[in-house]
Design a protein around this ligand. Sequence first.
Ligand code: 3PG
Ligand code: MG
Length: 408
Amino acid sequence: MRAVADLDVSGQTVLLRADLNVPLDGARITDDGRIRASLPTIGELTGRGARVLVCAHLGRPEGDDYATRAAGGPSLRPVADRLAELTGQDVALAADVAGPSAARIAAGLADGAIALLENVRFSPAETAKDDAERAEFATRLAALATRYVGDGFGALHRKHASVFDVPRLLPHAAGELVQKEIGVLRSLTENPKRPYVVVLGGAKPSDKLAVITNLLDKADRLIIGGGMSYTFLAAKDLEVGRSLLERDQIASVKAVIAEAAKRDVEIVLPVDLVGATGFSADAEHDVYPVESFPADRESLDMGPRTRELFAAKLADARTVFWNGPVGVFEFPAFAAGTRAVAEAISQVHGLTVVGGGDSAAAVRQLDFPDTAFSHISTGGGASLEYLEGKTLPGLAALEASVVAEPRQ
Ligand code: 3PG
Ligand code: MG
């Protein structure tokens, strides 16, 4: 895979696919981590005299056509403004994705300047399953530029036009963020220092059973907490009351537990839970051992003995991967479990990786400095799919050579 440092970009118009999919509260960005993580490549490109045309998605706009999606979906306007603040440069925002406004802005870019296309998912072809539909759109995107740099790590697992199809059409390279993220994932898969402990939380085992199965070959210990742990407890015939439960996953979870035992991989489950009367920040709550959880309560966090147990199971780790909060950390009363996990991981001497999305937001919201961990990934889904052993379409496209260069 070619690195951006080895791509001739001076005086070229570079289509930079970044992941600027930040959480928004109205038009306010609540965590600009992904924008900041994109700055090294943007800075490198502008510094080398490239004309930088950034392409990114925001949210999952819905509708059958461009007009409907653009009317109802989120504009990249707040992202353009934040990018301008962070780079100290003007950032023009095109009024469309690959239409007349984008063409005019691309043609007018000066060496070292930055512009942003509107939300690429306004175009239904971006996410189309149909190869020809995506390819046609990719050709129009590629016509805006003469080079392509893939730096949207968090979207590499998507077979989307701007991620998968455009790099086939332009001389391309991987950006700094993609190189760094892939480097970290390689250290997790190739020869990790042991014990290698994986902490998995988040809502659903169905999202993570594939990665768990793959990790049984690699990790020494799996700590399972939060929403997905209730299905594991139910698989052990324990009462979980009204807690999140994927009943249809119980059989698969039992199979995973049996397989782990066979391979001598330790699975650590909660021993006590914080049972609340409902899902709200001020719900009444008490601590219950998992053996006597009340049928009318809902677990929103890990109890104190579980926090100690999880910390103890992390204390000797030399490699840690963590994906998914272990409680409803957005509510301060139910953040103790996630805080305890973050705290324990921050004490580990070794490679510690926080995997994307919610866990990254959690550690920032709980005021852990980024330096408390070796690496905070910008992509949850992408890192999980990599660890599952799947081929990431966007990575495969960056590794492949150009199929056909479009006419300029
Ligand atoms: C993310 O937020 O995980 C990435 O930006 C990818 O977005 P998606 O899950 O909507 O494809
Ligand atoms: Mg995602």
